[in-house]
Design a protein around this ligand. Structure first.
Ligand code: MLC
Ligand code: AMP
Length: 503
């Protein structure tokens, strides 16, 4: 009987009364207490009829309980589907329907809106609140603290993470136990994580970075985490002295640098700062070293592949690059037209292959075939090059994607809603530089002849349908859009025109 994910990340810490989670109120949860809670949750899931291979969708705030749901899924073989807490009911409708989730966990606050949606798909809805209360923990309270781990094969699915697509429809990336465990082990080794590490964790745990990189790496190494509900500068500064390592998206680093309390003295004891999910400006890298003496270690990954490359732990961490392919990961740069590898130094599309690469998109064989080649190489949609020293640099994207504060936003999803509004002839959604979020969203509209558009009314409609982080920070009505001689909309001209919107 084996279960790679549970055994490697969780089970081997059973009985350990060493700290696992340090919480903002000063309390600590041990590995053992955490695992006992997870086992009660696994029993509660079983009592609700879930068996291995079923999906559990969770839109719950970051808390030890939320992480225990992940551990409980691993232990019972249930596929974990974490969802951004910002998603609206209309976004959730799609995820629940598409995944066929048997159990939906949400906060009491969201439950009213989710009740009809869960009912429509025959899903059971239970609640779990940020303070650990709710109908799900209530059910778990009386359950046994010993759960017999369900046997799973390494190739069995462990999680679905939804990523938006260029067509506007989200795709469920299917990640196996082996995908998650192999990457966690590789990263823990590469970044030298041990059980002495204390990770300052302020990322959300519904995405790859906070869940599969930060949490899995800590778990596999047997370390602990200072588990903060969200990025809060007072807490980051206050807890930094207790940490050895930190992971964040570039916005974490620019906000720290904007805080006068963030000094060389505060960070002198730190072992490692890791950045990813969006490009870290070389300028931020340099300012960080000037301020603290530490060189941020930048790595590159994505939902479908976990982590692909990393700057070295010992060697030169080169600003503006994402380092080398990780051990076991093959990376090539190809010509998008032919698929042939281009010479080093030339720009092409980045393709990766390895034990980290996902199994495909849930119930979307055509989409899977478009991006995952038969030989196992995944076409990332990122454009980059490999320099003479082997460092990979990402220079752009072959996909119409905006990354704002580390969150991916697909313009198509917003354009489809904008195009539907009365009086709108056409729309274009673009990403422009933003001092805090790196990139931010601007929505551009052209009205139908004789129509007058109200950007307030349109923003209100977007507010009902889209998570806050996806909503354009600015909507502008224009007389017409720039087009090339073929009549194709030229977003690059619009990006130049609106480049200074937030500066
Ligand atoms: C919050 N807002 C955002 C936003 N985050 N808008 C655009 N982009 C974002 N990322 C909105 C809020 O709703 C609010 O709206 C306003 O902007 C200001 O909010 P804030 O209080 O400043 O935001 P904050 O809560 O501090 O959040 C910012 C952040 C957060 C950067 C800390 O977004 C974050 O934790 N990002 C990390 C995302 C992440 O983990 N990505 C990893 C994906 S995995 P208003 O107008 O109502 O005030 C991946 C693979 C890989 O990519 O390689 O890792
Ligand atoms: P996601 O789909 O949320 O997993 O986002 C993955 C995308 O984030 C990648 O395809 C890249 O475009 C981007 N990304 C992740 N890490 C980096 C990085 N270090 N530098 C530049 N882009 C990155």
């Amino acid at each position: 009987m084996a279960n790679l994910l549970y055994d490697t990340l969780f089970g081997r810490h059973a009985g350990k009364i060493t700290p696992f989670l340090h919480l903002p109120d000063g309390s600590t949860l041990t590995h053992d207490a955490f695992l006992r809670m997870a086992s009660r949750y696994a029993h509660a899931m079983t009592a609700l009829g879930l068996i291995a291979g079923d999906r559990l969708a969770a839109q719950i705030e970051k808390s030890p309980e939320a992480l225990a749901v992940y551990a409980a899924c691993a232990q019972s073989g249930v596929i974990f589907l974490p969802l951004n807490t910002g998603y609206t009911a209309s976004e959730l409708d799609y995820f629940i329907g598409n995944s066929g989730a048997k159990l939906v966990l949400a906060t009491d606050r969201a439950a009213a809106a989710l009740t009809p949606i869960a009912a429509a798909y025959g899903s059971t809805l239970r609640t779990l609140n940020p303070d650990g209360t709710g109908s799900f923990p209530e059910l778990a309270k009386t359950q046994s603290e010993a759960f017999e781990t369900v046997s799973r094969a390494p190739d069995d699915l462990a999680a679905f993470l939804y990523t938006s697509g260029t067509t506007g429809r989200s795709k469920g990336a299917m990640l196996t136990q082996a995908n998650l465990v192999s990457n966690a082990q590789t990263l823990a080794d590469y970044w030298r994580f041990t059980d002495a590490d204390v990770l300052l964790h302020a990322l959300p745990i519904f995405h790859t970075h906070g869940l599969f990189v930060a949490s899995n790496v800590t778990l596999i190494a047997g370390g602990s985490m200072i588990f903060l509900p969200k990025l809060d500068m007072d807490q980051m500064i206050g807890f930094m002295p207790q940490a050895t390592t930190m992971m964040g998206v570039p916005t974490f680093y620019t906000r720290l640098l904007d805080d006068a309390r963030f000094t060389a003295e505060l960070t002198a004891h730190m072992r490692l700062f890791v950045s990813g999910s969006a490009p870290l400006l070389a300028e931020t890298h340099v300012r960080f070293e000037e301020r603290t003496g530490h060189r941020i270690l930048e790595r590159y990954g994505m939902t479908e592949t976990n982590m692909n490359t990393s700057n070295p732990y010992d060697g030169e961490r080169r600003a503006g690059t994402v380092g080398f392919p990780l051990p076991g990961v093959e990376l090539k740069v190809t010509d998008p037209a032919t698929g042939d590898t281009v010479p080093d130094g030339e720009i092409g599309q980045i393709e990766v292959r390895g034990p980290n690469v996902f199994k495909g998109y849930w119930q979307m064989p055509e989409k899977t075939a478009e991006e995952l080649r038969a030989d196992g190489f995944f076409i990332t949609g990122d454009l980059g090059l490999i320099d003479a020293d082997g460092y990979v640099t990402i220079v752009g994207r072959n996909k119409d994607l905006i990354i704002s504060g580390g969150y991916n936003i697909y313009p198509k999803e917003i354009e489809l809603i904008l195009d539907d509004q009365p009086g709108v002839m056409e729309s274009a959604v673009i990403g422009v530089p933003h001092p805090d979020f790196g990139e931010s969203v601007v929505g551009l509209l052209v009205a139908e002849p004789n129509a007058t558009l109200s950007t307030e009314v349109i923003m209100a409609v977007l507010g009902e349908q889209l998570a806050r982080f996806k909503q354009p920070k600015k909507l502008v009505v224009m007389p017409e859009f720039p087009r090339n001689t073929m009549g194709k909309l030229q977003k690059n001209i619009l990006r130049d025109q609106f480049a200074d919107t937030f500066s």
